[in-house]
Every structure is written in structure tokens, then in C-alpha cells.
Design a protein around this ligand. Structure first.
Ligand SMILES: Nc1nc2c(ncn2[C@@H]2O[C@H](COP(=O)(O)OP(=O)(O)OP(=O)(O)O)[C@@H](O)[C@H]2O)c(=O)[nH]1
Ligand SMILES: [Mg+2]
Length: 323
């Protein structure tokens, strides 16, 4: 039976980092396929992951736990038929809940070895009130406190207590019996998504969930949580300092930015990965498309418009004036 892991967690917590680092370290001897559902119009995560794996299926422009369930299922069937993987990793978008994805995989006869929720130990306070974030913790049986390098031991202890409290409150329950469907869960710490191998060794079989499937109802949620994204294009001829200027002047509503941008003073295109004030860059070879940035946050339309008027090399497609 094909095995799988679902990797969930809020926007920018380190899901793709966990995939590229931990999976590379522990699963290089297996035939691995990856399905990634990115919140954002362009496949930046897929682009980064396909530098490491050849079998990456990207599902963008929507959320695989709601609108794209069918596309997700047919994509998984296709990847199984074409590639015959031993193990499939599914990275859900930061705005998805994991449980509907669990049900889809189960329908397809794939064995789910674990639902891993990655938590950003440094920034959890900025997003823990979001209901999707809570259901992501509640709907997982392996919780990984990531970015431990950015917090002190004492801060990590507080994060741990917060996460346990959320888990207790939002643990998915069987509608009929009222009992939690996970009789236990594991809590691990990680830096760059690296956890000990045992976490992936199927210790946490979740057979007990099966009876719940038919009673589960999923409400579409992204609209309620008002997480939105806006795409902007960058003109040619910018410098690296222009990118930094944008990222240093973001309004609070925008907490996640992804982009692929060409700056005159950097040889290759740069993948930009910004979350909650921290930025990392990765040079991408062979990327030729127009420079693009995606701003993600809550109620951000006016703020992105303001950014575009503040930085004249940044254009939102629907407001750009062709010269
Ligand atoms: N300092 C530090 N940074 C990290 C760690 N893990 C991830 N990051 C950084 O956090 C940012 C977001 O990481 P991603 O792996 O793209 O996060 P994600 O959860 O896949 O993001 P979305 O798919 O957009 O929701 C990147 O800049 C990473 O380099 C960590 O343990 N420590
Ligand atoms: Mg990702």
C-alpha cells in the first residue's frame, strides 16, 4: 500500500522547508512523490521543490480542502499511475485544513501514516487566533514546533503550552460519540523542519479515524478568515535594494510574501520567501519569466495598492497603466 504524510500548518511556518530538508535526509532511498497546494497564483513552492524532486504535482489557485478536492484526487491518481511512488507527501496550503485531505487520500486507498502540523514557534502569537490555524493543530496527530532557533528555551515552553491548549480545544471529535479521534498525538521540536526519523516511521497509525469519515462536514473557510492574496509585477531594471525596500515597508496586514524577482545586481532570479518579518532568498537558475511578488494577508487590497503607489516599479495587474 502506498504510504503518505500530510503536512499542514499556517502560512509561512516552514512546511516546504520541512519537505525539502527532512524528506531529503530520510527518504532519499524511496520513490517519493510530492503534492503541493500553494496559496498563491504562481508555483513558487513547486519550483523550489522540483529542484529537489522530479515528481512534484502543483495545485494552485484555490484550496485543496474545498474547491479543489476533485483536482487533488485526480492529481494523486495521475501521479500514482505515472510514477508508482512508495510514499506521497502532501503539503497543504497554509490556508487549508488537513482533515478533508485525509479523507480524500483514504478514498483513494492510500495509507496515511501521519498528519503533521508545523508550528512557527516565533510567530504563533501573530496567527493563533485564526480559526484555520486552530483546526490545523486540532486536525493533526504529529505537531512539530519549528523555527526553534528563533526563540529562547522559555519562549518555546510557552509556545508548547499554547499549542497543547489549542490542541485540547480543537481536537477533532467524532460527531456521534463526542470522543476525540486521535487518542494520542506527538509533539516535537525542529529547526528547518528537521525532526528525528521516528516521527516518520508510521508509529502513529491513525486507523481509529476511519469510522468518522461519513459524518464529517467541511465548511468552506478561507472567505471567513479573509486571507487573501494579491499579485504584483515588478518592472525590469530594479536593484536588490528595491526588493529590500518593499519588504522593509510592508504594512502589518501583509504577513507573507513570495516572489521570483530578477534584480540587476544579482546574476540569477531570486526566490523571495518572507514570513512575519523574516526573509530568505534563494537563487534560481533557468527562470526566465517576468518578476512577480505575491502578497498574502488579511484584508490587504488597499495596502497593496498603497505599496504600488509608494514603489513605482511595482504594479498590480488590474491597476497598471500601460505606457
Ligand atoms: N530561522 C528559521 N527559518 C525557517 C525555519 N524553517 C523555515 N524557515 C524560513 O521560513 C520561511 C517560510 O518557510 P516555508 O518552508 O516556505 O514555509 P511554508 O509553510 O511552506 O509556507 P507556505 O507554503 O507559503 O504556507 C522561509 O524563509 C524559510 O527559510 C527554521 O526552523 N528557522
Ligand atoms: Mg510551502
Amino acid at each position: 500500500m502506498i504510504q503518505s504524510f500530510i503536512i499542514t500548518g499556517f502560512l509561512g511556518v516552514g512546511k516546504t522547508t520541512m519537505l525539502t530538508n527532512t524528506v531529503k535526509k530520510y527518504f532519499s532511498d524511496k520513490k517519493v512523490a510530492i503534492v503541493v497546494n500553494e496559496f498563491g497564483d504562481i508555483g513558487i513552492d513547486g519550483n523550489i521543490l522540483s529542484n529537489v524532486y522530479s515528481e512534484v504535482l502543483e495545485i494552485s489557485e484555490g484550496c485543496i480542502c474545498c474547491q479543489l478536492a476533485e483536482e487533488f484526487e485526480s492529481g494523486v491518481i495521475e501521479i500514482i499511475n505515472k510514477y508508482n511512488p512508495e510514499i506521497i507527501f502532501v503539503e497543504t496550503s497554509g490556508a487549508s485544513e488537513p482533515f478533508p485531505i485525509f479523507l480524500s487520500l483514504q478514498n483513494l486507498g492510500v495509507s496515511i501514516e501521519g498528519i503533521i502540523c508545523v508550528v512557527d514557534s516565533k510567530n504563533i502569537n501573530s496567527y493563533k487566533d485564526n480559526s484555520t490555524a486552530k483546526y490545523q493543530i486540532g486536525g493533526s496527530n504529529i505537531i512539530v514546533l519549528n523555527k526553534t532557533d528563533l526563540v529562547s528555551h522559555e519562549e518555546l515552553e510557552i509556545v508548547k503550552q499554547d499549542v497543547i491548549a489549542i490542541k485540547e480545544e480543537y481536537n477533532i471529535k467524532n460527531n456521534l460519540t463526542g470522543k476525540s479521534i486521535f487518542d494520542r498525538y506527538a509533539l516535537n521540536n525542529s529547526e528547518q523542519g528537521l525532526v528525528k526519523k521516528e516521527v516518520f516511521q508510521g508509529v502513529y497509525k491513525i486507523d481509529e479515524i476511519i469510522g468518522l469519515a461519513k459524518d464529517y462536514k467541511h465548511e468552506s473557510h478561507t472567505a471567513d478568515d479573509s486571507i487573501t492574496q494579491k499579485v504584483a509585477y515588478l518592472k525590469e531594471g530594479i536593484q536588490f535594494s528595491d526588493i529590500e525596500a518593499i519588504l522593509n515597508n510592508l504594512p502589518k496586514s501583509i504577513y507573507r510574501v513570495k516572489g521570483i524577482v530578477k534584480a540587476l545586481d544579482v546574476p540569477n532570479h531570486l526566490a523571495i520567501n518572507y514570513s512575519f518579518g523574516d526573509t530568505s532568498y534563494e537563487e534560481l537558475e533557468d527562470y526566465k519569466e517576468q518578476s512577480i511578488m505575491i502578497f498574502i494577508g488579511e484584508s490587504i487590497d488597499d495596502d497593496v495598492k498603497d505599496l504600488c503607489s509608494q514603489f513605482d516599479f511595482l504594479n498590480m495587474p488590474q491597476f497598471s497603466i500601460k505606457k
